[in-house]
Ligand binder design. Structure first.
Ligand SMILES: Cc1ncc(COP(=O)(O)O)c(C=O)c1O
Length: 419
């Protein structure tokens, strides 16, 4: 079988790359311009909220939201693991305390009984993360939050376009944040958005956006350059060579990285709070217009993986009733993660989210996570791999790629018993 996929993000089309290239060559409105408002308006329309406000990353939006809700010193914010280190970072930057809750092994979303046991008089908010784009059981989550008067922030970083009871994810909580980093449902290389129906929060978030710095011309240029380069250099035919070049040059490459060294150890970088650039917004607008096709495709590919699992007698994921996931990636439990990565290597790059309970952290302790406190998440980090669902994966590729690792697939096991 030939090499199929260089990466786990594949929403960028040839025309997107050409438009970005054109913008790089002929435009002086890379940092600021009219695409930003158009993109925000279109994002709000797609999600179905009154307001959408853009930032340089989802994490910046989350930090702004916590401040806008008045969450600060000593307040506790519940979040699940596995997650990404930048989520507890945002909580800590706001002065609050991250309280970790385990995931269930049906779909890697928050265990709401565990969450209930962690609520104290200091708990102010709960972040519900729709992991891999699979909706949380929202009815249950909202019941819990209402019972204790908690603010609900939806982490929709994986879940743009996912639905629950025919309504878009991102419309259920008091507010939500999204990411358009290159491996997400749509890509603007890096990027974030918050959505809300609450006028007061929207106004506070607009004020926060004004206070965030405008990305300078060179940074805006590099984001768009990365967008174009990723499209061409990660093509399956050239990727095996370009990957060596990338690894050789490493941090000397002029392309911006998604997460800084300071964030990986829980520190706050000086200029983290930035706005989205106009060039990225232009690309975001293009990608939003193709969202429905993108999602239909992901669901079709996920159905292939579901079917393949059933054919070997396993049906791993359990979805909440009336939910339509967006499948940023398709998670699979394997008996030996390293072996799966090795077997897959010659066909593409296998997704390994989550490599730890706090993805990318030098150690989860930098997010104040105590090892042993969330056993399911720790097991998931050891056993989860993720298969691509993006628009460049065809149905027969998905069937073949599944077979590469199928003998390693197993059922999640928690404390010696099947879930
Ligand atoms: C679950 C989750 N939440 C939040 C984030 C942060 O999003 P961003 O990179 O846009 O800040 C990530 C990053 O991948 C993530 O996986």
């Amino acid at each position: 079988m030939k090499r199929h996929f260089a990466l786990l993000g594949g929403t960028t089309s040839f025309t997107d790359a050409i438009v970005a290239l054109y913008k790089l060559i002929f435009s002086f409105t890379l940092s600021e311009g009219t695409s930003l408002t158009k993109y925000e308006n279109e994002f709000a329309r797609k999600v179905g909220t009154r307001y959408a406000i853009s930032f340089s990353a989802g994490r910046v939006g989350l930090y702004g939201l916590l401040k806008a809700f008045g969450i600060g010193d000593g307040d506790e914010v519940i979040l699940q693991v596995p997650s990404h280190i930048v989520v507890p970072n945002a909580i800590k930057y706001a002065g609050a305390v991250p309280i970790y809750v385990d995931c269930n092994l049906n779909n890697y979303n928050i265990d709401l009984d565990f969450a209930r046991s962690k609520i104290t008089k200091n708990t102010k908010a709960i972040i519900i993360q729709h992991t891999f784009g699979i909706p949380v059981d929202i009815t249950e989550a909202l019941e819990l939050a209402n019972e204790y008067g908690l603010i609900v922030i939806e982490d929709c970083v994986h879940a743009l376009g996912a639905k629950y009871k025919d309504k878009n994810i991102g419309t259920f909580g008091h507010a939500a944040f999204f990411s358009t980093e290159e491996t997400k449902i749509i890509s603007t290389t890096m990027g974030g958005m918050i959505t809300t129906d609450n006028l007061d929060i929207a106004e506070k978030m607009k004020d926060f956006q004004k206070k965030c710095s405008i990305p300078d011309f060179w940074l805006s240029y590099r984001y768009l350059l990365k967008f174009v380069l990723y499209y061409f250099l990660l093509h399956p035919i050239v990727h095996k060579y370009t990957r060596y070049i990338y690894e050789f040059f490493g941090s000397r490459l002029p392309l911006p990285r998604p997460t800084s060294a300071e964030e990986l150890v829980g520190k706050m970088p000086e200029d983290i709070n930035q706005r989205l650039s106009n060039g990225q917004a232009l690309i975001g607008l293009r990608q939003l217009r193709k969202l429905e096709n993108n999602l239909n495709h992901r669901r079709k590919i996920a159905a292939v993986y579901d079917r393949e699992l059933k054919s070997i007698g396993l049906m791993e994921l359990k979805y909440p009733q009336d939910s339509e996931p967006s499948y940023v990636r398709y998670p699979l439990w394997v008996s030996n993660k390293d072996m799966a990565v090795e077997k897959y290597k010659s066909y593409g790059v296998l997704g390994t989210w989550f490599t730890s309970v706090l993805e990318e952290a030098v150690s989860p302790s930098y997010g104040d996570y105590i090892m042993g406190s969330c056993p399911n998440a720790e097991l998931a980090a050891k056993h989860l791999i993720n298969l691509p669902t993006h628009p460049k994966v065809k149905v027969n590729d998905a069937e073949k790629l599944f077979k590469v690792i199928s003998n390693l697939v197993s059922v999640p096991v928690s404390k010696d018993k099947r879930v």
